[in-house]
Design a binder for this molecule. Sequence first.
Ligand SMILES: [Fe+2]
Ligand SMILES: [Fe+2]
Length: 394
Amino acid sequence: MSNETVRSTADATQSSVSQAKPQGNGSNRRSFLKKTVVAGAAATVGAGLLAKGVPAFAQKSSGKSLPSGDIAILQFLAAAELIESDLWTQYAELGGIGDLPPIEVDPNEKLNPYQIALSNLDPDGPQYIASNTLDEVSHATFLNNYLQSKGAQPVDLSQFATLPGSTAKGSSGQLRITNLMQLNVDTSWYVRYRSTSNPDAGAKFPQAITLNDVTAIPRSDADYKGASNSNFEGNDHIQAIANVAGFHFGQIEQGGTSLYAAMSQKVTDAEVLKITLGIGGDEIAHFLEWVDFSGNGVQAPIAPFTDAISGLSFPNFFDPLDPLIQPSLIFPVPFQFNPDLPNVAMIRPVTDKFAGAQAAVAALTASGLFIGQSTEFFDTLSALAEAADAAQRG
Ligand SMILES: [Fe+2]
Ligand SMILES: [Fe+2]
């Protein structure tokens, strides 16, 4: 797709953003995010594990308290959503599109090279990134306010926002909880959802593509410029970074998909189940888009290509055709849920062992997302995860 086509599509996209602005409070996306983060920070107490105080959107307690297991589940999910919000905000600042003018690296370009590279994977990609970010912030904010409305403590991870992020144009420069610049992206989900084997029965899946110690965002303006030190024209470097991001989006959202399914099986209260099924469904909606999106980076006209700077190569997954990585197989392929029953198309894994809170923390940690974090951060997350996994229905 030519730059001209990308730009005109993105222009149309951007005008639709304003109409679709969800807050309706007259503030732009970035000020909304900032406000939410500040509200969380004001609530920090003690070790920072659980926050007291009244967040900006707090409701009055309903008087009906929740089972302790449900509280533990909601608290872990709130932590997971704060982590999602932190990483998605980084993607949104650099690659998303919102009410602000596009980030201009070159005054002749309306989008920065990362936004263009993401648009090459889907012309609406920057809008989807902005929308996914708003969704995660809404999940975190809602869960914490729901906990508080039930007289339970919300979760605050703001004290762990200690990691320097990208310095590229567009970055707010704020300190982060997560690190998107040294990722080992687990791409086995891409094969798992095309395989008939059951991960909950212990099946293992190979990586669709090896992405170790890679950045998913431009770390500085140098990453915008690529090998030619020019703008996007033929910039394989920023395209490789966008491709990494696409697979990372999928890794994160399939994880959320499985986590909510695993947690929902342990919930006792009917309203909490309504919430976990409802938010879990939104994670699935996100996941589907990123399955399609990531596959666009490993087929023509994007692939095959090699980034001479990072050395990353992206083959064409259609050539040769292999159903285990075929990009157009975007829906979960029917798999063997039970050997005595017909294969069925569903999300997986859905058991605690492979999809629970501790499994999620282990997977995120292995992915390098928390490189640079403190022992206290890991202790906090582990304690929340252990309590959530210990919850039992009824
Ligand atoms: Fe979420
Ligand atoms: Fe998500």
